[in-house]
Write a protein that binds this ligand. Structure first.
Ligand code: NAG
Ligand code: NAG
Ligand code: NAG
Ligand code: NAG
Ligand code: NAG
Length: 621
């Protein structure tokens, strides 16, 4: 199938063959660099080769890696290759430092069609052991190699890895010539099979469930945040990172590594598996110095108790139900880290019996249990409001009926002329402006919301002395559709599939147009939209959300440094899925903070997968 990719160089080397009958087998002495070629796929894929010489650099449970004894000077062609065969090393008494000559079949392997192929030599046969005890030195990344590129992943991404549309080409089909100085995937592919060293590694995420840990080394990086992680910023999605996979000696990587921890030097083999380029370390990674301080400070934004200094919290509380073991910790976060904001936008509140999959949709017990826990932790007695969803229609964990909800301090804020809408009632902006339903959902029967949460709109008034109304404002609490179904950022599809992006675009359009209809009645209306948008600010749905709605990204208004804009960790990224947007009328003196209470701690100590945020706004001047 790769026949169309066999270029002139390959034809020339085929013509050099002498004394062989016509055969698919290539029996000349190909170098490892020639086998790898300067693209993602080997020009010899599917062919049998012999007399391939290399020195054994490492042994794994299912094969060995060899490095060429005849290197070329082309940085695009890896000098090493994986020799796949579980018994090959033991049968032939091979050890690191042995120079060998072998034959085998050049193969491209991947365990899923969503992944990029790994070039390997399968069904190996030992032709000759040439010598042993040869010195094996790892290539130091950034010293013996160029620095990994810091912004782009692939030439096929059209300049933006989160560009829309997704999956317009496949690496396995386009098979571009590698440009290791430009594109991160090309860089790691050009080192496929190599023994490398990462000096002064830093963890840029917590390990996954297998202990695999994303790191950077002492090379140049961009997007470094104050915690030493790498934040995804516009046009920079951190290809200079690499995930450290399962150790070759059978040990296990630690599970307690945290964002920004310093690690001991790592040496291992570059390979491609489970959708990522990865280094298989010779032994388990070790934390050298844990990042400090262990916990972030509490927010500095405290309520002034009056309309010109109202605080707004936002928190995705990750499948909260009355029985959740993390409910007490969420209450403590709201009181001790968010300093009990006057109004809280909550997402992922489950119904009263959580994951039990029955007809119950009310979350009154969930919300009152949280309210009681907050009061018990020394916080205020919050009131709350939400609109029950239709059973099993809003996505999330089966049976949970997750929804957004508001907590508010009734002494300071109340719903303006409350008139709660039902699950199927579409809210409207009426003259005033005011709402048909307060609170109520945006166009809940629109198919854009299939298996997703419908935004909860409310209108409020801040109360002054003696309960006098001193400022009205609107809020929209969102939890857009998830990124489920996304493909790996280093996967075959380019740009990678951003799961659900079409849904989020439609959801963003509906929400933005609702907000626009408020401004149509009052261009100075005060509007705050917040929650888990499940999308990045530079990606199409939120680009047009800002444009259509006329709202402002509060991170930008509050001048938060771009690298400190994160609420979530995913793969190699510190990234922002949770946002707050405010109307022009609220920009003056607006303040905002992300409280990294969950991204900074280790996995066991994490209470939600999202960080909460707090804003302070003047809703009456
Ligand atoms: C293997 O390669 C070496 C050096 O390139 C050459 O001398 C030898 O003849 C080759 N052997 C075979 C069987 O092709
Ligand atoms: C295995 O190889 C080592 C050198 O790598 C050699 O010292 C030893 O004698 C070999 N053992 C056998 C059984 O061939
Ligand atoms: C919650 O836990 C209590 C006691 O542990 C149990 O009796 C109750 O059935 C649980 N409720 C749900 C909805 O799981
Ligand atoms: C939940 O609380 C609201 C407001 O207090 C009330 O109208 C509603 O009936 C309650 N639902 C259930 C199932 O108790
Ligand atoms: C990308 O598109 C191809 C068709 O060109 C399809 O076969 C493949 O499944 C898609 N990949 C993903 C991850 O959706």
């Amino acid at each position: 199938m790769e026949a169309e990719h066999i270029g002139l160089a390959t034809m020339a080397s085929l013509l050099r063959l002498v004394g062989l009958a016509a055969s698919v087998a290539v029996s000349s002495a190909l170098t490892i660099a020639e086998i790898n070629g300067n693209k993602f796929l080997s020009p010899y894929s599917g062919q049998t080769v012999s007399n391939v010489t290399g020195v054994v650099t490492a042994k794994g449970p299912d094969g060995i890696w060899i490095r060429s004894t005849k290197p070329d000077r082309d940085a695009r062609t890896s000098e090493s290759i994986y020799v796949f065969g579980a018994k090959f090393a033991s049968t032939n008494n091979l050890t690191v430092g042995d120079a060998i000559s072998i034959g085998g079949k050049v193969s491209e392997y991947r365990s899923s069609k969503a992944y990029v192929y790994l070039t390997e030599l399968a069904s190996p046969t030992l032709e000759e052991k040439l010598s042993s005890g040869n010195t094996v030195k790892a290539l130091v990344i950034g010293k013996d190699t160029s620095d990994p590129p810091t912004q782009q992943f692939s030439s096929l991404d059209g300049g933006f890895v989160f560009g829309v549309p997704n999956n317009v080409s496949l690496i396995s089909v386009a098979n571009p010539v590698l440009e290791p100085k430009e594109y991160g995937m090309d860089f790691w592919e050009s080192l496929s099979g190599e023994l490398v060293t990462v000096r002064k590694p830093t963890a840029v995420n917590k390990p996954n469930n297998y202990g695999d840990t994303w790191v950077i080394g002492d090379w140049k990086v961009t997007g470094r945040n104050g915690r030493d992680g790498l934040t995804q910023t516009e046009k920079d999605a951190n290809p200079e990172t690499i995930i450290i996979g399962s150790p070759l000696d059978g040990t296990s990587n630690p599970s307690t590594t945290k964002l920004g921890d310093d690690l001991e030097e790592i040496t291992g083999i570059v390979t491609q598996a489970f959708g990522f380029y990865r280094i298989l370390p010779t032994t388990a990674i070790k934390v050298k110095k844990s990042q400090k301080p262990a916990l972030p400070s509490a927010t500095k934004l405290k309520s002034d108790g009056k309309c010109n200094g109202i605080t707004f919290g936002a928190y995705n509380v990750e499948n909260l139900s009355p029985n959740s073991s993390h409910l007490g910790a969420i209450a403590s976060h709201i009181v001790n880290y968010l300093k009990s904001p006057d109004l809280v936008f909550l997402q992922e509140v489950q119904d009263d019996n959580g994951p039990t999959n029955d007809a119950i949709v009310s979350a009154n017990l969930t919300l009152s249990t949280l309210a009681a826990a907050i009061a018990n932790s020394g916080g205020p007695q919050y009131a709350f409001t939400d609109v029950d969803p239709v059973d099993d229609q809003d996505g999330g964990a089966p049976g949970g009926n997750i929804r957004t909800a508001y907590f508010y301090k009734p002494s300071l804020i109340r719903l303006y002329k409350p008139n709660p809408g039902g699950s199927l009632d579409a809210n409207e902006v009426l003259a005033g402006p005011t709402l048909k339903y307060n609170p109520g959902l945006i166009d809940p029967t629109n198919e854009a919301w299939t298996a997703s949460r419908k935004p909860l709109v409310a209108q409020w008034e801040a109360l002054g002395k003696k309960g006098k109304s001193e400022g009205k404002f609107f809020t929209v609490n969102v939890h857009f559709g998830s990124k489920g179904g996304s493909s790996s950022i280093q996967g075959d599809a380019r740009p990678p599939v951003n799961g659900g992006v079409e849904d989020r675009q439609a959801q963003a359009d509906l929400t933005a147009n609702f907000v626009k209809s408020i401004f149509a009645k009052d261009k100075n209306a005060r509007v705050i939209t917040a929650g888990d948008f499940n999308e990045f600010i530079s990606v199409a749905p939120l680009k047009s959300y800002v444009q259509t709605s006329g709202l402002n990204d509060l991170d930008a208004v509050a001048n938060i440094k771009p690298v400190e804009r994160y609420t979530y960790l995913f793969d190699m990224q510190a990234q922002q899925l949770d946002h707050m947007f405010i109307s022009n009328s609220l920009k003056k003196h607006a303040q905002y903070e992300h409280i990294h209470i969950n991204t900074w701690v280790d996995k066991a100590a994490q209470i939600s997968d999202h960080d909460p945020s707090v804003a302070k706004l003047d809703v009456c001047s």
